[in-house]
Design a protein around this ligand. Structure first.
Ligand SMILES: [Zn+2]
Length: 337
C-alpha cells in the first residue's frame, strides 16, 4: 500500500506535513479520498488477479461447468410441491429456521403497539379468537403450540399472522371484515401464508442472492455488511403474485372447511376495493399494499367457489352454523358494520 503511494509521488512524511498545515475539513477533502481510492483500487486489482489466475487454469471451464452442475443439482434437489395448491417451488429453509427468522417481527409490532392491545374480554378480541379456534383444526398447521391473539386498537387496515404463532388484527380492518365470515377470510388468507411457508420461500430466494454477494465480499472485503443486506432483502421482498394467489386459494378452502361462508371472501375484497376508492389516491390500506390487488382476484375466488362449497359440504357444518347463528341473533356483530 505505502509502496504504491510512494510510486505515485506521495510519501508518508509529505502527508504528515500536509495534514499539519491544513484546516481539518480540507485535510479530509485532500488526503483521505486519495488514500481510500488507492486502497479500493489495490483491492480491486488483487481480486482481478485472483479471477485472472483462475481463468488461466487449464481446468477452468471444467471447474465452472462443475460448479454450474452442482448448483443446478442443488436447486432441483430442493424443489418441492406446496401442499393443497401443488405449486412447485425452491425451498431450503426448514420450519424451525423459518420461525427464528420471523421471530423478531412479532416482537417489533408488540413493542410499537404495547399500550394499544385490547384486553381479552373485549368482544372484538373474542370474535377473532372464536374464528381462530374454528380455523386452526382445519388449517393443516401443527396445533401443539399455543397461538397468541393480539387485537390492536388502531385505524390501520391490517392483519397478519407470524410463523411463530402470533395473530395480529388491527381494529381498522374489522368494519371491512363486517362479520366473522369476513374475519375468517382475512385470517384464512394470512394463516395460508404460514401453511405454505412463504417466509421460508422468501428466505430461500434471498439465500440464492447471498451467493453472489458472498463472492463480492470475498473479493473486496468490507465493501458492505452482508448480514444487513440479507436481512433487508428478506424483510423487503413482498410476497409475489403467485404466493398471494396461493394464499387466497388455500385460505378460501380453509374457511369453507371451517364452515364459514366462502362467498364472503369475494364480498370482502369488493369492500376492500370500495374502501380504497373512498380514500382516493392516498396510500392504500396496509393490508392491500402488501397484498397487490388485481381486478381478477375476486373473479378467481368465484372460480374456486365450487371447490370451496364442496369442502364445506364435506365438513359437518350443521352444528357449527347453528352455533354461529345463535351468536348473530345475540347481536355480537353489531359494531362491525
Ligand atoms: Zn397475503
Amino acid at each position: 500500500m505505502w509502496a504504491r503511494m510512494s510510486r505515485m509521488g506521495f510519501s508518508f512524511s509529505q502527508a504528515t506535513i500536509y495534514t499539519r498545515t491544513r484546516a481539518f475539513h480540507s485535510q479530509r477533502r485532500r488526503l483521505l479520498p486519495s488514500f481510500r481510492n488507492n486502497y479500493r483500487y489495490q483491492r480491486f486489482q488483487q481480486s482481478k488477479n485472483i479471477f485472472q489466475r483462475w481463468a488461466a487454469r487449464p481446468t477452468f471451464y471444467y471447474e465452472v461447468g462443475g460448479i454450474g452442475l452442482a448448483g443446478g443439482g442443488f436447486y432441483v434437489y430442493n424443489l418441492e410441491d406446496v401442499p393443497v395448491s401443488g405449486r412447485r417451488r425452491f425451498n431450503i429453509i426448514g420450519p424451525e429456521r423459518e420461525k427464528s427468522i420471523a421471530g423478531g417481527v412479532g416482537e417489533m409490532v408488540l413493542n410499537q403497539y404495547r399500550d394499544r392491545i385490547l384486553p381479552p374480554h373485549d368482544r372484538r378480541v373474542q370474535a377473532v379468537q372464536r374464528v381462530l379456534q374454528r380455523l386452526m383444526p382445519v388449517s393443516g398447521i401443527d396445533n401443539k403450540e399455543s397461538w397468541k391473539v393480539y387485537v390492536i386498537d388502531s385505524n390501520d387496515v391490517n392483519a397478519f399472522v407470524t410463523p411463530d404463532n402470533n395473530v395480529f388484527v388491527f381494529t381498522g380492518i374489522l368494519p371491512i371484515c363486517k362479520n366473522e365470515d369476513g374475519i375468517a377470510a382475512v385470517l384464512g388468507h394470512e394463516i395460508a401464508h404460514n401453511f405454505a411457508h412463504h417466509t421460508a420461500e422468501k428466505a430461500s430466494r434471498a439465500a440464492i442472492l447471498y451467493i453472489p454477494t458472498l463472492f463480492v465480499e470475498l473479493a473486496i472485503p468490507g465493501t458492505w455488511s452482508i448480514t444487513n443486506q440479507i436481512l433487508n432483502l428478506i424483510l423487503s421482498l413482498p410476497n409475489g403474485r403467485a404466493q398471494e394467489s396461493e394464499a387466497d386459494y388455500i385460505g378460501l378452502l380453509m374457511m369453507a372447511r371451517a364452515c364459514y361462508n366462502p362467498e364472503e371472501a369475494v364480498r370482502l375484497w369488493s369492500r376492500m376495493a370500495e374502501y380504497e376508492k373512498r380514500i382516493g389516491g392516498g396510500t392504500p390500506p396496509e393490508f392491500m399494499s402488501t397484498h397487490p390487488s388485481s381486478n381478477n382476484r375476486g373473479s378467481k375466488m368465484s372460480e374456486w367457489m365450487y371447490e370451496a362449497e364442496a369442502k364445506r359440504m364435506e365438513s359437518d357444518c350443521q352444528a357449527t352454523i347453528g352455533y354461529s347463528n345463535a351468536f348473530r341473533r345475540s347481536g355480537a356483530f353489531g359494531g362491525y358494520s
